[in-house]
Design a protein around this ligand. Sequence first.
Ligand SMILES: C[S@@+](CC[C@H](N)C(=O)[O-])C[C@H]1O[C@@H](n2cnc3c(N)ncnc32)[C@H](O)[C@@H]1O
Length: 233
Amino acid sequence: MTDPQADRVVALEEWKERWQENRIGFHQLHVHEMLKNNINNVLAGRTGVRFFFPLCGKAVDMKWLADMGHSVVGVEISEKGIKQFFEENNLTYSEEPVPAIPGAKVYKSSEKNISLYQCDLYSFSSSIEGRFGAIWDRGSLVAINPKDREKYATLMMSLMDKECRYLLLTFLYNPELYKGPPFFVPNEQVHSLFGDSCDIELLQSVDGLTEKHRGWGLDYLTENAHLIRPKSN
Ligand SMILES: C[S@@+](CC[C@H](N)C(=O)[O-])C[C@H]1O[C@@H](n2cnc3c(N)ncnc32)[C@H](O)[C@@H]1O
C-alpha cells in the first residue's frame, strides 16, 4: 500500500498561524500519562538528566521534569508558544540571540533549568547544547512532514549521548481516513529509521480513540510508546 500521507507538507508559517489563531488542540493541560507511566524506564535511576524536547510547544511536561531536578532544552518555531509556556507556568525568563543560528533566539528560565530555542528544528544540532541523556518526543515525529523523517531521525540520533533513553510516541490509524497531522507512523518505520544503531522496545500500546478522533473520521487509533537506546558496542 502506498502511504497517502507521504507527500503532505505543513509549512512553518502554517504552524505559526495555528499559534496566532489559538488552533492548538494538541496542547494538553496536564502532564502526559504515557510520560508519567514510563518515566522510571526513561530515568533508569539517574538524577539530573538532560532532557531534549523536539518541537516542544508549551508542553507542561517541561516544567514537571524541571521541578524534579532535570534540565530541559526545547526547540519550537513559535515565539508565542514559547512565551506562553513561561507566562502560564509563572516563570520569568531572559531572551537572547543565538549567534550560531542566524535569526534564532533562546529563552531561558531564571528559576528553572529550562532553555527554549525559537528556530527551525533542522537548524539545531549538538554543537549548540551538546548531547542529551533523554528525549521526550510527543507530537514531534508525528508532526514533521513525512518526507523529512530520515533527516529527523539522523538529527535525533546525533543528539543522543551513549546512555540516552529516547521515549517516542507514535500513532497507528487508517491514513486513508485522515490527512494529519498528527501523521500515522507504523512500527516498522520506527525500526527502519532507528534500528540500525539503536535498540527499540515497545513499552506501551494504548487505545487512544477519543471523540475528537472520531470527529476526524477515524475508527481506531492506537498510541504507542517506544524506548529507543543506542546499541552498546
Ligand atoms: C503537534 S505540536 C506538539 C507540541 C508539543 N510537543 C506538545 O506535546 O504539546 C508541534 C509543534 O511543533 C512546532 N513545529 C513544527 N515544525 C517545526 C520545526 N520544523 N521546527 C520547530 N518547531 C516546529 C509547531 O509550532 C508546534 O508547536
